[in-house]
Design a protein around this ligand. Structure first.
Ligand SMILES: Cc1cc2nc3c(=O)[nH]c(=O)nc-3n(C[C@H](O)[C@H](O)[C@H](O)COP(=O)(O)OP(=O)(O)OC[C@H]3O[C@@H](n4cnc5c(N)ncnc54)[C@H](O)[C@@H]3O)c2cc1C
Ligand code: SF4
Length: 529
């Protein structure tokens, strides 16, 4: 390493994507600094806070909320101006947002990369499934994914494994809890395609982490580390010599007159400012904070696409009371998926979907509802026992096309505790393609309720997980922010990783794809320096 620079590579953000990239670069002998806005927090502290929180439902609940690096739901931080509250739920601490994820690790399908060519909607990716396939395999090994080797995950009735894989899952799929066994039997008989969800969760001891014990608190925290999160690679990075610097809020990426990035500037919690130089830079601050940083720095935006195409996978939830006892809440939260529309000609007209029979423990929700109705004493006890055994929660995430008007911008009136403009999210969930997909979801819910003899329904509720698209990948610098290797079109030594680079959302969770892309980008950085 030359003494001309503080590091060969500076990575901003120690979530799964930044930490995977830092680890790969550090392992290859590069001098890497990993800058993280939030603090280091040991798992036991998060678990203790979760145990002591009376309301368990907020995934962000047990995580630090510092004034210098606010998380998404910090009071007065993120402003929403669209007709739909997007509520992008993200964390700021070493390891990032996967601390409270469910761990679903699907690969995209080959067709997901060719949406415009095949179905005339959205965009084509500038890379193919085949380009990414080896990196999917590497990401599955790094994260420790357990999954079904022989499943047709396209749910289109293909014989054998699909999408094609050159390597097996590192671990076998976990056994299903009772409710999922019943759901498998009933839904399969009705013609739905049921799949054991591939997850970054240990079905045997793996990578010095234990086997899943079925504690069912995956979201917001796995108490024993059987579920992967980004801190695994943040700390592995340190072990291979990467310098992990916490409480370092990067607020500016500095370019020289020729467009080459020369430094990043960060603030410490006391407001002091620091500058670090490197040969190459990787931004990994996730889908709201990465565009915010680029906009604050006024770089990488000749296309005017930074912050635009903000997308997610709008996810509806509905509960039913089934006629039989299913006993949800045993085992991990998302052991199973069923597909009715993952891929096919229908995608010309409507969004693809992924349905889940959710396995969250329902007891606190049920008790709260009954108490609100004034039910107490032995009757309350009896009703909790009955309803907690019979409740079935369905959730469905929908593909959502990126639209330039859905976007992240900077506030012109508000600043955070460090004096930096706060992020503004503008999101309207009114896309006709998505709405047509949702109509299909309503039909599926009706049918599933009938199959389980359900009578009572709760109102539908929505969340918007899997924020993505705000620094979109494309071949054309006029309509995208990064090239097929994650390099900013405008700057030869600036790279961006995270779900924010995904060209389209697909019908499945994005993080495995983002992780595979991050490893591919890390290789591109290695070749460039
Ligand atoms: C409730 C929930 C469940 C989910 N479940 C799944 C799932 O089952 N499967 C799936 O695929 N995806 C899931 N996701 C999405 C998944 O969590 C994200 O895709 C993933 O965390 C993105 O990784 P990342 O590394 O890009 O960002 P993050 O994990 O958010 O990491 C970004 C890091 O950058 C740091 N940072 C931010 N700003 C700065 C700055 N200015 N300077 C320095 N550092 C900064 C942050 O502190 C953070 O540590 C879920 C999300 C939620 C909210
Ligand atoms: S079920 Fe429990 S042990 Fe298994 S991953 Fe979830 S929280 Fe961890």
């Amino acid at each position: 390493m030359s003494t001309e620079f503080d590091a060969d590579v500076i990575v901003v953000g120690s979530g799964v994507c930044g930490s995977l990239a830092a680890h790969r670069l550090g392992k290859a002998g590069k001098h890497v600094i990993l800058l993280e806005a939030g603090p280091r927090v040991p798992r036991w502290k998060i678990v203790e806070k979760f145990r002591n929180t009376p309301v368990k439902g907020n995934p962000n609940g047990p995580y630090p909320d510092t004034s210098y690096a606010p998380k998404s739901d910090s009071k007065g931080y993120l402003e929403e101006t669209g007709s739909t509250k997007n509520n992008p739920s993200y964390l700021r601490l070493v390891g990032g947002t996967t601390w409270h994820w469910a761990g679903a690790c699907y690969r995209f399908l080959p067709n997901d990369f060719k949406m415009q060519t095949l179905y005339g909607v959205s965009r084509d990716w500038p890379i193919s499934y085949e380009d990414l396939e080896p990196y999917y395999g590497q990401a599955e090994v790094e994260l420790g994914v357990s999954g079904p080797d022989d499943a047709d995950q396209s749910a289109t009735g293909r014989a054998g494994t699909y999408p094609p894989r050159s390597t097996p899952y590192p671990m076998k799929a976990q056994p299903l809890p009772y409710m999922q066994e019943r759901a498998d039997a009933v839904l399969s008989a009705a013609g739905y395609r049921v799949i054991n969800e591939p997850t970054a969760r240990n079905s045997r001891p793996y990578d010095d982490r234990p086997t899943c014990q079925g504690n069912n608190s995956c979201t917001p925290v796995c108490p024993i580390g059987a579920l992967y999160n980004g801190s695994v690679h943040a700390y592995k990075s340190e072990a291979v010599g990467v310098k992990l610097m916490t409480d370092a809020v990067v607020y500016q990426v500095e370019a020289d007159g020729a467009g080459k990035i020369v430094a990043v500037r960060y603030k410490s919690p006391d407001g002091s400012e620091h500058r670090l130089t490197a040969r190459a830079f990787v931004l990994a601050a996730y889908s709201i904070e990465t565009p915010r940083l680029l906009l604050m720095s006024n770089i990488a935006n000749s296309s005017d696409m930074v912050g635009r195409n903000l997308s997610c996978q709008p996810e509806c939830h509905q509960n039913f009371m089934t006629s039989e006892a299913l006993w949800p809440g045993r085992g991990p939260v998302h052991p199973q998926t069923f597909f009715t529309a993952r891929d096919g000609e229908f995608r010309r007209e409507r969004a693809g979907t992924k349905h889940v029979v959710v396995n969250n423990s329902p007891n606190d929700k049920i008790a709260g509802n009954l108490l609100k109705k004034g039910i107490i004493g032995p009757r309350l006890d009896e009703m909790i026992r009955d309803q907690a055994s019979r409740i079935m929660e369905l959730s469905t995430q929908h593909e959502y096309p990126g639209e330039p008007s859905n976007r992240v911008t900077l506030s012109t009136t508000r600043k955070d505790a460090l004096g930096l403009p706060t992020p503004v999210v503008h999101f309207n969930r009114d896309n006709a393609y998505f709405l047509a997909g949702f109509e299909d979801t309503k039909r599926v819910y009706k049918r599933v309720a009938e199959l389980f003899g359900a009578t009572e329904y709760s109102p539908l509720t929505w969340v918007h997980p899997h924020t993505q698209g705000t620094t979109i990948m494309g071949a054309d610098p006029k309509t995208s922010v990064v090239d097929p290797f994650g390099r900013a079109h405008d700057h030869p030594n600036l790279y961006i990783v995270g779900p924010n680079v995904l060209t389209t959302t697909g019908t499945v969770n994005p993080t495995l794809t983002a992780a595979a892309l991050a490893l591919r980008t890390a290789d591109a950085v290695l070749h460039s320096i």
